[in-house]
Design a protein. Structure first.
Length: 189
């Protein structure tokens, strides 16, 4: 799948929004990727999942780990495409990601982390830290949309379907057009 094909999916499903948005990272942006809009259609999930799985087929992955909520649907599909186990990390009462529900990883597990969208990579890095704390062998990371502008680079291979250069702004340094419009926060907490 090419970047243009992935972008077309986001356009066709209404998952690429234009306006004034507050991202989970706290940054503001004129564009927002609402992956849930694209991932509500199972043929789209299957197509995106296959494209991500194809990027790591040579890695001998045994387990896919995804951060909830955004990575759940696409992570499970990538695991299905690879024919491997799927588990997830989720927020605790304080908002930090943790591994619960009896999930654990063994040192011989070859892990792929799957996420929907990153900007600063905060939740992704939390997931990486959890996988490593369990002693597993983290092989790679796949992302549907990388809007980090190349600023987030983990120490394992990172594969994305769509790498977008999206302008982001600190809340106290907004351009005039965004200062004059109300910001919405359509994503997760």
């Amino acid at each position: 799948m090419t970047q243009e094909e992935a972008l077309q999916i986001f356009r066709e499903t209404g998952a690429l929004l234009d306006g004034h948005f507050v991202l989970r990272s706290g940054l503001h942006s004129r564009q927002f990727f609402q992956c849930a809009q694209a991932l509500q259609q199972m043929p789209v999930v299957e197509k995106l999942g296959a494209a991500l799985a194809d990027r790591v087929r040579g890695e001998a992955i045994t387990t896919v780990v995804a951060p909830a909520m955004g990575g759940l649907v696409i992570g499970q599909e990538v695991a299905r495409q690879l024919g491997v186990r799927f588990i997830f990390v989720e927020k605790d009462d304080d908002g930090a990601l943790v591994m619960r529900r009896g999930f654990s990883l063994a040192p011989d597990e070859k892990v792929l982390i799957v996420e929907d969208v990153i900007t600063r990579g905060g939740r992704l890095q939390e997931t990486i830290d959890i996988v490593r704390a369990q002693g597993a062998d983290l092989r790679a990371v796949t992302i549907v949309v990388d809007r980090s502008n190349g600023n987030y680079q983990p120490d394992v291979p990172l594969h994305s379907l769509l790498a977008m250069e999206v302008e982001t702004f600190e809340p106290d340094n907004l351009p005039e057009d965004l200062q004059n419009t109300e910001a919405v926060k359509p994503g997760s907490k």
